[in-house]
Design a protein around this ligand. Structure first.
Ligand code: MG
Ligand code: ZN
Length: 226
């Protein structure tokens, strides 16, 4: 099974919100929990996705949409796990938008998916401004980036449902103050869930998986009444 690649330019006509809610209705109808994963380049989005695929219960059917400016490097890694993956190349665009996701959804068998993970383009700024139709936003901050990032990029932290602090195995070597960071994040977003993890050592990933599996269950339950 190869990687399907869609090259889509940013939808300059706008109407992003409208397309995003159309996407969400469609995902709701098929009971697909959809998670938008955002971070700067190199924070570990792909590693998180690979670890998640490896640790999810086998009965959960996962599909991945990879967003990148160019290449299929990340999609190839997901594809090697035997998980369906669509690569969106933004042709220079620094974030995914709802139109791109709609195109990807047109190429996916939604009735056969329980969990859709979207890896956004690596960027701490505008991915937070564009709804895709996702149910949850997950923000990944890696410890080498510094504990001051919530002050510098507040929207990303304000919008997130979950903040994963990745590369906690490097904490002994860094000047990263966990309390300072947590205080900054909860100051912006009091309801956010902050989970320390290491995609390298596997530390903390159980809590992430528990959250994800609970949300998948919730998605199924919410729809049964329809
Ligand atoms: Mg990646
Ligand atoms: Zn952008």
């Amino acid at each position: 099974m190869g990687v399907k690649v869609l090259t889509i330019k940013e939808n300059i006509l706008g109407a992003n919100e409208e397309i995003a809610s159309r996407n969400q209705e469609r995902l709701d109808k098929h009971r697909v929990l959809t998670v938008n994963i955002m971070s700067s380049p190199g924070a570990g989005k792909t590693s998180l996705i690979l670890q998640t695929i490896d640790r999810l219960k086998p009965e959960i059917r996962v599909t991945v949409i990879e967003g990148d400016i160019a290449s299929t490097v990340d999609a190839d890694k997901v594809n090697q796990r035997g998980v369906p993956v669509i690569q969106i190349n933004t042709d220079g665009g620094c974030h995914l938008d709802a139109n791109m996701i709609e195109n990807a959804l047109n190429n996916l068998p939604l009735e056969e998916i329980d969990l859709l993970l979207i890896e956004n383009v690596g960027n701490l700024v505008c991915p937070a401004e564009f709804a895709l139709g996702e149910h949850k936003k997950v923000m990944l901050l890696s410890t080498p980036e510094g504990d001051d990032k919530p002050y510098k990029y507040p929207l990303m932290f304000t919008e997130a449902d979950v903040v994963l602090v990745n590369k906690v195995d490097l904490l002994p070597y860094l000047d990263f103050n966990v309390n300072t960071f947590n205080k900054a994040v909860t100051g912006l977003n009091p309801d956010v869930k902050i989970l320390p993890v290491s995609c390298q050592t596997g530390e903390g990933l159980d809590a992430w998986l528990s959250w994800l599996e609970a949300e998948i269950k919730e998605t199924k339950k919410r729809q049964t009444g329809r």
